[in-house]
Design a protein around this ligand. Structure first.
Ligand code: MN
Length: 289
């Protein structure tokens, strides 16, 4: 086993608003051109304060097809509804894994009580691509509550690994995935160390949600930065230079053509045309605004 080298430490690109509820830094694919398949998109709402408001901010009804949205909350709370009849609130530490697949409509708003009070808000949303054979499968919804997430306590009070997907030290992640994906929240104490082992060809990046870490005993990454790794070697060691939270992402690339149009992520332009036609014909179902 050899060390997986750091390719780049990236600062968050300039933010933009998604609806009026999410102020996101798009690390990829717009901000930086990174090989991160099966992860297609990463929007990072760095921690900001939202003022109190009676009418919750957010994003209204919109469609998705051909992939999954994964929403991780760190501060604040998001209420979600979709046309498959699923709804829920994503609180800090929770993860919502929504498989849009053949097509879904959904809306995402600040949760009412949070909106009324206002306060710090910090989220990540990922778009996880699906292989061609699964793009038209039935939509699915996994609400992973913080209290129910698989967890591994690290020795020497180094912290805790929440295993969202994949495996860490034989602990199986809580989410089921279509392709091999490793996704964890690493909550490290100051001075706490942990090492990860991912195949060389997996695309791998870490997002520093809180604190500051040292990577492979050399590079330093601070809050809101992303560490992107080379497709070489297997082992990554990190150390908390402060109490830190790090989102760990690694996955086997899906080596298939991609065509994206707005909220649709398919393999060919014909499939995009079909998605638009199906959406216009109401085949994604119905959801009240
Ligand atoms: Mn959406």
């Amino acid at each position: 086993m050899t060390s997986k080298p750091v390719l780049a430490i990236l600062n968050p690109p300039p933010p933009h608003m998604v609806g009026d509820g999410f102020r996101v830094h798009n690390f990829f694919p717009s901000g930086f051109k990174l090989n991160m398949s099966p992860f297609f998109l990463l929007d990072y709402n760095a921690k900001i304060e939202f003022s109190a408001r009676n009418e919750p901010r957010g994003v209204g009804v919109h469609p998705h097809r051909g992939f999954e949205t994964v929403t991780l909350a760190y501060h604040g709370a998001v209420a979600h509804h979709d046309s498959a009849g699923n709804s829920g609130i994503i609180y800090p530490g929770d993860v919502q894994w929504m498989t849009a697949a053949s097509g879904i409509l959904h809306k995402e708003y600040h949760e009412k009580a949070f909106s009324k009070k206002g306060g710090p808000f910090q989220m990540v949303q990922l778009w996880v691509n699906l292989p061609a054979k699964d793009k038209m499968s039935t939509p699915k919804y996994q609400a992973l509550k913080q209290s129910e997430l698989a967890k591994v306590e690290l020795p020497d009070d180094a912290g805790i690994i929440e295993v969202i997907a994949g495996h860490f030290n034989r602990e199986k992640g809580s989410a089921s995935t279509f392709t091999p994906i490793e996704m964890y929240n690493a909550r490290l104490t100051k001075g706490g160390k942990v090492s990860f082992n991912f195949p060389a060809h997996y695309n791998t990046a870490f997002v520093i949600i809180e604190g500051e870490i040292k990577v492979n005993d050399s590079a330093i990454a601070k809050v809101d930065q992303m560490v992107h790794f080379k497709n070489e070697g297997e082992v990554i060691e990190i150390e908390g230079l402060a109490n830190s939270v790090v989102l760990i992402l690694s996955g086997e690339p899906i080596n298939e053509p991609i065509t994206q149009y707005g909220p649709f992520l398919m393999n060919t332009p014909e499939e995009i045309k079909q998605a638009i036609a199906d959406y216009n014909e109401g085949k994604f179902g119905y959801l009240e605004d």
